[in-house]
Design a protein around this ligand. Sequence first.
Ligand code: HEM
Length: 334
Amino acid sequence: MQSELNGSKAHDEMLFIIIHQAYELWFKQILVEIDSVCEIFTGDYVQENQIATAVQRIHRVNRIFELLIQQFTILETMTSLDFMDFRDFLHPASGFQSSQFRVLETRLGLQNSQRVNPTFIKNLDSKDAEKLQRAIDAPSLFTLVEKWLEKMPFQETENWAFWKEYQNVLHVTFEKDRQDLKNNPHIPVEELELSLSRINMMEQGFDSLFDKSKYDQLTDRRLSHRATLAAIFISLYRDYPLLQLPFRLLDAIIEMDENFTLWRYRHSIMTSRMIGARIGTGGSSGSDYLAKTSMQQRIFADIKNIAGMLIPRRTIPNLPTEISEKLKFAFELR
Ligand code: HEM
């Protein structure tokens, strides 16, 4: 313990060390799972039963994340005054030295350009920096899942395209919203205009979904046009047996993104409880920096945002038999 080496043994430093090591062990397990999921999606063809394995492993990662979020409560049995008994002896060590955390973010698909402060990742020794570089050079889970989505068939036949049908439903939905507003005598004129312009804006936003060149110009989207359309298709037709597993995979990924974000935010809240508004030992603005990472560094935000592009079940266009037959199990019990 650093406090002991400095001749002033602080009781709580052991808890601090044990907690950090426990986190690092679990980070290691999460990395093992994520690496294996990436491997499943690396080949040209991903087998159906392999998707089930991937889903099961991401579920495991999610349970681990829940434990890691919970684990902060044990650390919080140490008060901020207890922490001050040894905090000064830790300089210049900091969470920035966790190479496993940096590798994990990267394996999942966090891009440097997305970071609140990209220079902070340089806080690693040369061996760890090499490990991180290897992770940066390898395809991330985000990229692999995106490629897999891009290959998703079933969305069109010679005479039918899901996107045209979906576009029609959206148009009718927006039109109905407009009519409902106009028919409501209790809405003040200014409010009505505001709401109508909001609907128009939303409709224009959706337009990019049907025009790849428009979509490609959007600066706030990372998931490719084709992958986004496939994710919408899977989410809408999830009740077909063949799309169940792909849907569960996307759902598990969204949950993982949510859990990672919760971890980041929980860590930031714990930090503000421990050190208030002080700066971190690694030189960041402290809990403020950490809170920003939870908002800005979401990796699978585009998959999560598919939720805002769905339409009510009763309005989902029927699939032509040619496609719906392919999406069923080969043998049905009657
Ligand atoms: C008293 C407890 C803790 C405090 C006050 C604290 C505070 C901080 C602060 C202020 C930072 C920003 C970097 C800096 O300027 O130092 C940070 C980063 C970090 N901490 Fe903690 N931390 C604590 C416990 C933990 C624990 C138990 C873990 C578990 C592994 C952890 C993992 C990390 C990681 C991975 C980062 C980098 C986050 C990023 O850049 O996105 N911290 N911590």
